[in-house]
Write a protein that binds this ligand. Structure first.
Ligand code: HEC
Length: 145
């Protein structure tokens, strides 16, 4: 066997082998959705819910290692920081803080994460959409007048 063939077989074995390491990709039950106004909810679902809710869509490539490891990590981290599906269980102070963070992250263009956009162009927010989200989050993040 030629060296090239041996290397190819080696690579094949590794590619198949790493598929055995499967991170959990589950959608736990939605226990208390944030229930945002319709036009805001549409944007959150389109641009944020894959990482910040229990309604993640797991496309086929998210099941293939090593992409699966990266995707699972972002979803786990994302949910830990902010989960719109478990929002009603947050304490009032935490809600206020999260609203402020949403306003900041969206305003600064930090969210949705840049790495997510090439495969999810529909998640990109226009300036008008950003403003809608930021205004909503600011309104809710400010103490009642
Ligand atoms: C591809 C996954 C992904 C998408 C899509 C995404 N986020 Fe995130 N988000 C993360 C991860 C991972 C973190 C935690 C690590 C970090 O801050 O970078 C995070 C952090 C945050 C934080 C900070 C929370 C904290 O506790 O510091 C806010 C606020 C946030 N995201 C809002 C949003 C909003 C709003 C959207 C939609 C417009 C969005 N994210 C879309 C993955 C994502």
């Amino acid at each position: 066997m030629k060296l090239v063939q041996k290397v190819m077989i080696g690579v094949g074995v590794v590619v198949v082998g790493i598929q055995l390491i499967r991170p959990s990709q589950e959608n736990p039950p939605v226990t208390g959705d944030i229930g945002a106004p319709a036009e805001v909810a549409t944007l959150l679902k389109r641009s944020c819910y894959d990482c910040h809710s229990n309604e993640t869509k797991w496309p086929w490539y998210s099941q293939v290692a090593p992409v699966s490891w990266l995707v699972s990590k972002d979803v786990n981290d994302g949910r830990k920081h902010l989960n719109f599906s478990e929002w009603q269980g947050y304490e009032e102070g935490r809600k206020l803080k999260k609203f402020k963070e949403v306003a900041e992250e969206v305003d600064e263009g930090e969210m949705p994460m840049a790495i997510y956009l090439p495969l999810h162009p529909e998640a990109k927010l226009t300036d008008a959409e950003k403003k809608l989200l930021v205004d909503w989050a600011k309104r809710n993040g400010a103490p009642a007048p």
